[in-house]
Ligand binder design. Structure first.
Ligand code: ZN
Length: 295
């Protein structure tokens, strides 16, 4: 099962999160039928959202939204504190040829636009608070760099972010997926920062080590090298959506009496599709009549 770990190093001045997300991203790719490059983009965004969501105390839900003018049209990923994540892209079949270095042209299908991070809190205790929204322009479009830019610019936390998705050509199509987030907290000394930078520059690509069977701890070592670290927390992660038949009924009911009546007259039933997980819920004519009776 996929797992995320949270650790600390250098007397608490370095925070590190690492996750293996291979099965989680395979599930997203299976549900949305994404092209290879769109799969890489979605997998990177979902993994980064999981990592960042786990760093924020008191944040119940973190949503990352890429609003862009490239072929993919936009990407959204949402993670909660329980390690559940869901996500989708606007145009699942968006595709471009591989770049000269053999990598997916993720920045090519994203193009220009904005990178938004939305944090919500108080959900678990039923308190409705205004969400916090931070936005920066897309600077790289390769996603890991965009998370790092957001953290430096919007939260003033110097960070290194590594995200990777490796695909193969047979089901479940995702051979390896995961990420590491390293944050320099106040008091981090320059020597440690330089050591980490050097380690990361010389490290093998993250998907190479995941494909070879790495655990999250191995990803931490890949980023921190010789620096000792302590694991504070670990949790399983999975693709999970909170849609349901009952939610579909509520959504239909919110459309109003006239709309529900015309659904019965024109189609006989109604099909609701959840954009996040691509699940469909069919509400029969009888179910629609029950909604009408409830107004
Ligand atoms: Zn859903």
């Amino acid at each position: 099962m996929d797992k995320l770990i949270h650790g600390t190093a250098a007397s608490g001045t370095v925070r590190v999160l690492a996750a293996i997300t291979t099965e989680t991203i395979a599930e997203a790719v299976r549900r949305h039928g994404t092209s290879p490059t769109a799969s890489a983009a979605l997998g990177r965004l979902m993994t980064g959202t999981l990592l960042l969501g786990s760093t924020l105390k008191g944040c119940d839900r973190l949503t990352t939204r890429v609003e862009c003018n490239g072929l993919i049209g936009g990407i959204t990923a949402e993670a909660n504190a329980e390690g559940e994540v869901r996500g989708y892209v606007k145009n699942p079949l968006a595709e471009l040829p591989l770049k000269e270095n053999g990598k997916f042209d993720v920045s090519g299908i994203i193009g220009d636009g904005m990178f938004h991070i939305i944090r919500e809190s108080g959900l678990n205790i039923g308190v409705k608070r205004e969400p916090y929204i931070g936005s920066v322009p897309i600077t790289s479009g390769e996603i890991a760099e965009d998370f790092a830019y957001y953290l430096a610019k919007s939260e003033q936390i110097p960070s290194a972010v590594l995200l990777g998705v490796r695909l193969n050509n047979r089901e479940p199509f995702v051979a390896a997926s995961g990420g590491v987030l390293v944050q320099m907290m106040p008091g981090a000394n320059d020597h440690i920062i330089t050591m980490i930078e050097d380690t990361i520059i010389n490290a093998p690509h993250i998907t190479e080590v995941i494909d070879a069977g790495a655990k999250p701890e191995d990803l931490v070592k890949l980023a921190l090298g010789e620096i000792d670290f302590e694991i504070l927390d670990e949790k399983p992660i999975q693709f999970k959506c909170n849609c349901s038949y009952d939610r579909a009924l509520k959504t239909i009911a919110s459309l109003g009496r006239d709309e529900v009546e015309s659904m019965i007259e024109q189609d006989g039933d109604a099909t609701m599709n959840c954009g996040y997980c691509n699940e469909s819920f069919v509400v029969s004519a009888e179910g629609l009549r029950e909604i009408l009776a409830g107004y």
